[in-house]
Design a protein around this ligand. Structure first.
Ligand SMILES: Cc1cc2nc3c(=O)[nH]c(=O)nc-3n(C[C@H](O)[C@H](O)[C@H](O)COP(=O)(O)OP(=O)(O)OC[C@H]3O[C@@H](n4cnc5c(N)ncnc54)[C@H](O)[C@@H]3O)c2cc1C
Length: 588
């Protein structure tokens, strides 16, 4: 495996128009040379327009980020910073920070103001060039965020609207339609969770040249040390491959997850024909006549772009992004109980609603505390209390989960993440007021949203609760699970006195159930596989096989199927029609 490290380029756009003596520069915060304690957060790129820098310091200001730029001419510049006040209200904004230019702090406090992303005016200052040092100075450690800095000799605020802003950015960066770089593979996998990694190994072992495009610095998705969910389910016929990738059963949130990251990376590195593109986020799929010809991805910090071409693709993003961009059929939300006859009378609406809605299983942010042995202080967090109320807690479990009918798990993911952060900081603040918690400090709080359910891509077969209940013996079964089916609901749905950020599970015991191959390729995009929680299933159908040993089995099936597609020059559907026995032999 080769970890491809892109050359350091800086997203710095400079334009100068001599006619009206107008100079302008756009500096993308994520491309700062020194990040200090700030983190690159690319989770919400599709919604707010870019990766950004986040000051995630658990209440302690993080180390400064800094970079050097070159300005076209010494002079007076107006400065805007694209930011948001993520918890606006009648208190000081939680994510406050300042900007320093050539060592001089600008007076304006940033990260205040609007709750949506906007250009905050920082002021007009004289700047001596050509080399200029810019620094971000966090003031709080509570999720200050900076997307970009715009300097201009003219006082014209940059555009705010999503499309207008995107065109303006491209123009300033001089970005062409087609990525600068390209590469070809036999199989391109987007998303390096357990499903994506398993698909990569299975395909590579059969001799395919594989690319795995993953938007994080570590592989594993929810099982990684960044999110810290342990893997569950059975490994069945794919034990050898999944064992290279999975986790020990440590409690969710445990730092032990880092050991499993090391195991996963070491094992993936054994395959010369897997090229891993870490910190690369896919952003579009290019198609011709219902076939994906390539996907384009962007390095999350440098902005470098690459086109990945292949005859076959696998969407392992969890969110079904590749299918979505390619125009694949997909589902979102809870189907009404009549659609697939998934009613469970005992639990009624909590299990499957009479009318379809958007109350899918929610997203989580895990967290934990530590005992310092001496008193540890924690600041007041008034901006968190409307969410936390008087709830008090010292650790998070899988039950710290948030879903609401009016929120989309992808489109509103930043709001969902921030809601969970308010729940965590507020509940911990309440706990700290109790004498027994005086020595407790926050050890770790995730900043990545751990998702359970969002888009599910439609395949030739839609897997439902009935297949679990009836233990359907598919002729094309490629994965098996014995885990009890569980579907979550928000506690507040059953008891209005409960906080809205806690969930509960309903369990339906089944002996075993199978997953058919037909649920692992798209119904209408001819060369697209999917493995993971975005496989073809109903909302209740996802209740069993969303765990990561099962999604790993799906990945193995997809990897082997891709190798047969190459061998017989056929499509994923062609494997079902003509080579399903050979696929099952590879798996069994
Ligand atoms: C709190 C919590 C507790 C859970 N408990 C368990 C449990 O105990 N055991 C268990 O097995 N499962 C558990 N689950 C469920 C399980 O973690 C998910 O269903 C699982 O993550 C599915 O795996 P996946 O590979 O499909 O997706 P993911 O793990 O989400 O991996 C997909 C990866 O793709 C990346 N990606 C997304 N978009 C792009 C893009 N455009 N370009 C490049 N990369 C991209 C993402 O960063 C992500 O890392 C839990 C989930 C949560 C949130």
């Amino acid at each position: 495996m080769k970890f491809l490290i892109p050359p350091i380029i800086f997203l710095l756009a400079v334009t100068a128009s001599c006619g009206d003596k107008h100079n302008e520069l756009l500096v993308e915060a994520e491309s700062f040379r020194e990040k200090g304690g700030w983190l690159v957060d690319p989770q919400f790129t599709e919604q707010m327009g870019s990766p950004y820098l986040l000051a995630h310091g658990l209440g302690n200001p993080v180390e400064d980020a800094s970079t050097s730029i070159t300005i076209p001419a010494t002079g007076k510049y107006h400065i805007w910073v694209r930011t948001k006040n993520w918890a606006a209200g009648d208190w000081e904004a939680p994510g406050r920070f300042k900007l320093a230019v050539n060592g001089n702090e600008i007076e304006s406090i940033l990260g205040t103001g609007d709750e949506t992303w906007y250009w905050q005016y920082a002021g007009k200052i004289p700047i001596k060039g050509p080399a200029v040092k810019i620094e971000l100075k966090d003031l709080t450690g509570f999720e200050g965020r900076c997307d970009a800095i715009y300097l201009s000799t003219k006082k014209t605020e940059p555009p705010a609207g999503k499309d207008e802003l995107s065109s303006w950015r491209k123009k300033l960066h001089g970005e062409a339609e087609i990525p600068e770089k390209s590469a070809e593979f036999d199989l391109v996998i987007a998303g390096g969770g357990i499903a994506g990694c398993a698909a990569a190994i299975a395909a590579a072992e059969q001799g395919l040249q594989v690319a795995i495009v993953h938007d994080r610095p570590v592989l594993g998705g929810n099982a990684s040390s960044e999110i810290r969910v342990h893997t569950e389910g059975i490994t069945w016929k794919s034990d050898r491959i999944i064992s290279m990738l999975n986790t020990v059963w440590w409690p969710n949130g445990s730092p032990e997850a880092a050991k499993d990251d090391t195991k996963r990376h070491t094992n993936m590195a054994r395959y010369d024909n897997i090229k891993i593109f870490l910190n690369w986020r896919a952003y579009t799929a290019n198609t011709t006549d219902g076939i994906i010809t390539s996907i384009d991805a962007r390095q999350t910090a440098t902005g470098e772009r690459m086109r990945f071409s292949a005859p076959l693709f696998s969407d392992c993003t969890g969110d079904g992004w590749i299918g979505y961009w390619a125009g694949a059929g997909y589902m979102y939300g809870r189907e009404d109980s009549a659609t697939y006859n998934e009613n469970w009378a005992e639990h009624g609406e909590l299990w499957s609603p009479a009318e379809a809605d958007n109350k899918v299983m929610g997203s989580s942010v895990l967290w934990r505390t530590y005992d310092a042995g001496i008193p540890v202080s924690f600041p007041d967090v008034p901006w968190a209390m409307d969410v936390a109320g008087d709830y008090s807690a010292t650790t998070g479990t899988w039950k710290w989960e948030f879903s609401r009918n009016d929120l989309h798990q992808i489109e509103d993911a930043e709001y969902i993440r921030d809601h969970m952060l308010k729940a965590i900081y507020g509940s911990f603040s309440n706990a700290k007021k109790k004498a027994e918690n005086v020595n407790l400090g926050l050890e770790w709080v995730g900043y990545l949203v751990g998702k359970r359910e969002s888009r599910r891509l439609k395949g030739d077969y839609i897997y439902t609760f009935n297949d679990e209940k009836n233990m359907t013996e598919f002729p094309d079964a490629v994965a098996m699970e014995t885990r009890t089916v569980d579907v979550h609901y928000q506690q507040i749905e059953a008891d209005s006195t409960k906080p809205d950020f806690l969930s509960e599970a309903l369990y339906y015991k089944v002996d075993h159930y199978f997953i058919p191959y037909r649920s692992l390729y798209s119904e209408n995009i001819g060369n697209l596989f999917m493995a993971g929680r975005c496989f073809s299933c109903s909302h209740v159908g996802l209740g069993g096989p969303r765990v990561m040993h099962t999604t790993g089995q799906m990945g193995v099936a997809v990897g082997y199927a891709a190798s047969l597609c190459k061998k017989y020059n056929t499509s994923p559907r062609g494997i079902y029609e003509n080579h399903i026995d050979e696929l099952r032999e590879l798996i069994y």
